[in-house]
Design a protein around this ligand. Structure first.
Ligand SMILES: [Zn+2]
Ligand SMILES: [Zn+2]
Length: 154
């Protein structure tokens, strides 16, 4: 009989866990709930990560006009889906607006933002650009990008 104990690693910010410390550490660096995250998608296109405070401020800059806030946010982070998702998830005003609507049993504010589709599009463009310049070789989304099922994103 063999008996083994294995370490399990947990992200400090979301509920993701795994058996590989390196994988979870990489996830944690880019986790969309990490207030000091370094964005793997921005890095992939050579952009620095905008500080979360700036991204959140842009998203909240138009009060309850969330569509305008989303535009400002997109502009600031160069349309990076991971940074957009991070700002939405970490915005206190957005969370509050949704909670208040829930308390009144009203539909919460909605956003025209499809994280999964935008991420897919991001990597499609990336691979097209890369295979033209330097074939073959493809970028894959790193482990830091996706951490929870869609229903938990907001
Ligand atoms: Zn996480
Ligand atoms: Zn980003």
């Amino acid at each position: 009989m063999t008996r083994k104990r294995r370490w399990r690693y947990y992200c400090d910010f979301c509920r993701k866990s795994g058996g590989s410390g390196g994988h979870i550490a990489a996830h944690e660096r880019g986790c969309t709930l990490n207030p000091n995250r370094t964005c793997g998608m921005c890095a992939a296109i050579g952009n620095p990560t905008r500080p979360m405070a700036e991204l959140i401020a842009a998203f909240e800059s138009h009060g309850s006009d969330w569509a305008a806030g989303l535009s400002a946010l997109k502009y600031l982070c160069d349309d990076c889906p991971a940074c957009i998702l991070a700002a939405i998830r970490q915005s206190p005003a957005w969370q509050k607006a949704r909670e208040e609507a829930e308390e009144r049993c009203q539909p919460g504010p909605e956003l025209d933002f499809d994280f999964r589709a935008d991420v897919a599009e991001f990597w499609r463009e990336m691979n097209a650009a890369r295979s033209a310049a330097d074939p073959p070789g493809f970028y894959e989304p790193g482990p830091g990008l996706l951490c929870e099922p869609a229903e938990n994103w907001r």
